[in-house]
Design a protein around this ligand. Sequence first.
Ligand code: UN1
Length: 511
Amino acid sequence: MNNISTVLKNLGILKLNPAFSTGSNWGATSGAKTLDSFSPVDGKKIASVQLATDEDYETVIKKAADAFLFWRNFPAPKRGEIVRQFGEALRMHKEDLGTLVSYEMGKSLQEGFGEVQEMIDICDFAVGLSRQLYGLTMHSERPNHRMYEQWHPMGIVAIISAFNFPVAVWSWNTALALVCGNVCVWKPSSKTPLCGIACQHIIATVLKKNNMPEGISNLLIGNSVGNLINNDKRVPLVSFTGSTRIGRVVSASVASRFGRSILELGGNNAIIISKDADLEMSIIGAVFGAVGTAGQRCTSTRRLIIHEDIYEAFKNKLVKAYGQLRIGDPLDQHNHVGPLIDIAAVEMYSHAIDKGKKEGANFVVEGGILSGDAYQSGCYVKPCIAEVENHYEIVQEETFAPILYLIKYKTLAEAIALQNGVPQGLSSAIMTLNLREAEQFLSAAGSDCGIANVNIGTSGAEIGGAFGGEKETGGGRESGSDAWKGYMRRQTNTINYSNTLTLAQAVKFDL
Ligand code: UN1
């Protein structure tokens, strides 16, 4: 692995210290406030970045609005060509960007590379889409009339993303929004600003090379930015990824001005382990789902709902598997589990364990905070497992940490009710070789989640499907399938090519 200053140099961002960017213009702010980015890997400060002011926000929105006037008329396949080049640039930078993700966010290097791969994949998807964006044609009830629908861009799309997928979630939104003819304003998580700067620099370089105007892709760093976006009528669409608590605020503010929002909020994802499951496969799926990204994916496996006949055997296998986990520097490829994002996350993890114990949780693998030379950042925790009941308050909540809850079931109907019996509805899975069980789980009376899998875990969705969930997860869809429709406005067109004006519904109106 390259050391971090080489990575920042290779990414071309070593000398950049902006509060915002409208493209190749990296604005130094009028404000004096700065934000330090610390690595949870070793606790060291990586860099200091400036925070955008309200004035900077205005500068960015004005540039974006101007750029939209050009971009909306630039043919969609040509927009796709720009996104294709962006995907190529990401291929070139995969190693450095993946390493930065791993170092600034703390996920394993493999997962850092995987995240950049998701970015490349969505670019490929968006390029194909840029020659589609299909609308339907309909038959008119009136003679010599034609009806069809078109999909038009909306304008400025704001993307507010979280620390846990500091680059991929932005790219899902940006790649789609751009081919759809929108311009983007991105507020990355203040826990991972350097990932934001690196991505913006990559796309800005591509836009500049193609002589595109400033303002097509924009970046704003700063905590007050979110609030400005939510209340700004010039921003018709806000795509927000984060907690249900903040999502509720975003959703209400945006709705009150009749804006549209795409919400990707909390998950409380379960795997049902049937007595007809392939147990070896189930163990790997469950362990990766629970400890991958140190349990900080919105798709992380939080609950295992296990059939009573295999409960003890499966639990013992899990305990054994947890005993083999190596926790440590995520850039060392031998380690399975890296740190949590920061000390506040460690506190939430400890609080959840204490609360669980008070409610009656029986820990079969104990948690704890690691200390010593290799864990100096204070952000490394032990993945743990607790036997619980589904109704415990702590089990009903999403804790962004590697805490796995075990729940026993007798009948499939009971298992499905347990799986659905939480406020969130993002991802779900069943491990079974029994076709009837699998189909019941996927039926209208089965899982109530946006994602329901058979014989794979809850995390690691491919970009080709629509990504998102129901209930307190917010209902938004991003990424593949027809999620692009969320980034466009639909227009129904009726064209009369006859010599007379015929009213619909056979209404007569003679003068
Ligand atoms: C997230 O955690 O916010 O399905 C996104 C997955 C990844 C995306 C997760 N492809 O686990």
